[in-house]
Design a protein around this ligand. Structure first.
Ligand SMILES: Cc1ncc(COP(=O)(O)O)c(C=O)c1O
Length: 340
């Protein structure tokens, strides 16, 4: 199968499997695991933060960021379509017990003025605004321009707020914007990034920030049952991901652009070409020619997997393991379905 559902479907590389088998491990709850400590340090350096915390998923990293920078009943500002608001099971309300103030963002990113307009005062009737949650790259494949992120951060700091960045795909964002990861991470106090997406590690994300914050997050991770023991087996793959997988993201981006241009030439397919900034291609299928269900089933019969459409929009995601030949085979299959 050519699996284009997500970049989370990647298989670990042979080097990762070797590193996992040979990892030196210890009990990480006692902070005895040298491989986890090494990964946390590497990740913190990459983001330009004091410390890091290895967590099992991006969702857990984001939740810990909320729990460790707010108190019950505080308000957080986040994009209406952000992953934290739409795809993390309402953990902000259920577990962190914060009130989410979702911001409409026509460009899909949060601008400084939106923060200034959303923030509540110290009036006793109003919830206390504590944290702004930014995202880059966006889960819709977009990349936020650095000056927009910077001014959002400056506006939040001027209002005395903390800023968390959901940087699940921050490495893709850095590559697409042609700037360093650290310059993006500098636009937030705390950052989560994922090892298990384009970087192809089997498990894990790292939450980064200042030392005091990471200590609170470590305690909250234990509270949620996320304190792992010989986690170095997983962290070893994460280290290989940081060593060997960041440069090759360019290949995924190029494959997405190629796929977008091949699909755009097919009658009945409209591609949001301007949105292809990282490894995601969004497109619509003319319903008069093929219903979404029919399109999806026929793709599967031809050996290509993707997720059902979201309000008429399909997504293909390129990743480690997808070759140029797969991209061309996918475009050919779509052409046959539309012409067949
Ligand atoms: C922008 C963004 N944030 C967070 C996550 C959550 O990561 P995980 O699936 O590891 O919980 C995802 C997952 O796709 C994501 O796209």
């Amino acid at each position: 199968m050519i699996d284009l559902r997500s970049d989370t479907v990647t298989q670990p590389s042979p080097a990762m499997r070797r590193a996992m088998a040979e990892a030196v491990v210890g009990d990480d709850v006692y902070r005895d695991d040298p491989t986890v400590l090494k990964l946390e340090q590497r990740a913190a350096e990459l983001m330009g933060k004091e410390a890091g915390l290895f967590v099992s998923s991006g969702t857990l990293g984001n939740l810990l960021a909320l729990m460790s920078q707010t108190e019950r009943g505080d308000e957080i500002i986040a994009g209406r379509h952000s992953h934290i608001v739409t795809h993390e099971v309402g953990g902000a309300a259920q577990i962190a017990q914060v009130m989410v103030h979702p911001i409409d963002h026509p460009q899909d990113w949060i601008e400084a003025d939106a923060i200034r307009n959303a923030v509540h005062s110290e009036d006793i009737h109003e919830p206390r605004t504590r944290l702004v949650c930014l995202e880059n790259a966006l889960s819709n494949g977009g990349v936020v321009p650095l000056p927009v992120l910077r001014s959002a951060y400056d506006a939040a700091k001027a209002l005395g707020l903390r800023v968390h960045l959901d940087g699940a795909r921050i490495l893709n964002a850095a590559l697409a914007s042609g700037c360093s990861v650290q310059r993006i991470a500098d636009c937030a106090d705390t950052v989560t990034f994922c090892l298990s997406k384009g970087l192809a590690a089997p498990v894990g994300s790292v939450l980064t920030g200042d030392q005091a914050f990471i200590e609170r997050a470590r305690r909250n991770r234990k509270l949620l049952g996320g304190g792992l023991r010989q986690a170095g087996i997983l962290a070893a793959a994460g280290l290989v991901a940081l060593d060997s997988m960041t440069q090759r993201l360019a290949e995924d981006h190029a494959h997405a652009k190629l796929l977008g241009s091949l699909l755009a030439a097919i009658d009945g397919i409209s591609v949001e070409t301007e949105r292809i900034q990282i490894n995601m291609v969004f497109f619509k299928v003319d319903r008069e020619k093929r219903t979404p269900e029919d399109f999806l089933n026929q793709l599967k019969e031809k050996g290509i997997l993707t997720n059902p459409d979201d309000h008429g929009l399909f997504r293909f995601v390129t990743h480690y393991g997808i070759m140029e030949s797969d991209v061309r085979a996918t475009a050919q299959a779509v052409r046959e379905i539309m012409e067949g």
